[in-house]
Ligand binder design. Sequence first.
Ligand SMILES: NC(=O)c1ccc[n+]([C@@H]2O[C@H](COP(=O)([O-])OP(=O)(O)OC[C@H]3O[C@@H](n4cnc5c(N)ncnc54)[C@H](O)[C@@H]3O)[C@@H](O)[C@H]2O)c1
Length: 327
Amino acid sequence: MILVTGGAGYIGSHMAKWLHQAGYPVVVFDNLSTGKRSLARYGEWMEGDLNNPDDLTHCFERFPIRAVIHFAARSLVGESVRMPLLYYQNNVAGTLNLLHAMADAGVKHIIFSSTAAVYGNPQQLPIPETHPKQPINPYGRSKWMMEQLIEDAVSAMGLHAVSLRYFNAAGADPAGELGECHDPETHLIPLVLKAALGKRSAITIFGQDYPTPDGTPVRDYIHVWDLVAAHELALQALLAGELQGYQVFNLGTGKGYSVKEVIHTAQRLLESEGVSIPVQTGARRVGDPPVLVAKADQVQQVLGWMPRLSDLETMIQHAWCWEKAQR
Ligand SMILES: NC(=O)c1ccc[n+]([C@@H]2O[C@H](COP(=O)([O-])OP(=O)(O)OC[C@H]3O[C@@H](n4cnc5c(N)ncnc54)[C@H](O)[C@@H]3O)[C@@H](O)[C@H]2O)c1
């Protein structure tokens, strides 16, 4: 059985569905702090908290777990600046508890949700896995600590682990069953679509004087369905013994889209439905680098992964179907 921590969240719920469809038995473990029970539609369900070791012990006793895919974390940058201790407690101490529980149960395989935030401000573009790790906020630092914890556990405990550093996950389940519902929402595509539906007054472009072709920040978006597909490839390789020790891969496409490109593409796609998107402009936000784009060749070469749905139009269309259905 595959344990999906954080499986009631945006990405974890898609992972549980993907694994279920691929024939893996799944158990979702989540404390519903930011997740939704209604998103955990696939596999066995266990409500539990990484910060409660008894919940983890119970989970590993109850289910015959072969591998863990670890999504559970708090992941709002601004919140992490206001409440750093919460982030270190939940993310770092929670991961420590998970590693203890895995050791007690003899579980040797883990895939970890890391983030491009471990790199901080890019010193080279596209960003390779070997780029210095200089996270600039407690969220990014917590993720870098979690990676280091896992790497140390690999050497000491004979684990085999893969950290996947996601750039910007976007889009929704192509079948329309699952999608993004963060509260508060901080991701660009759902914010644009909420403005289109009148759930927000407008989408704000923060800064138009960045050193990018149209002056707005450029990010590397990856469709959530492509993202979870890469996890299955990593899982297969781990379970087959083809990936050993500790491995790290960026998960992005290597192609960036600017804030204006995202908004203009959404405007063009929604025009046919008679929907317009109110846009306003604001000052630059602190801590937003001009460009964050992955060097994404490693995951393609080693795992044979290819993005299939990560073009901007498909990501927006799938996210739009989901947002409309939430009305
Ligand atoms: N969404 C992105 O673009 C993105 C980018 C980079 C990295 N990530 C990472 O991917 C993972 C999933 O992100 P997401 O967007 O799906 O977030 P999410 O908030 O939708 O999901 C996280 C899930 O973890 C659960 N959780 C949190 N703390 C827990 C705890 N102590 N015990 C049990 N469950 C707990 C939450 O209830 C939630 O269901 C996170 O680790 C995040 O840092 C996401």
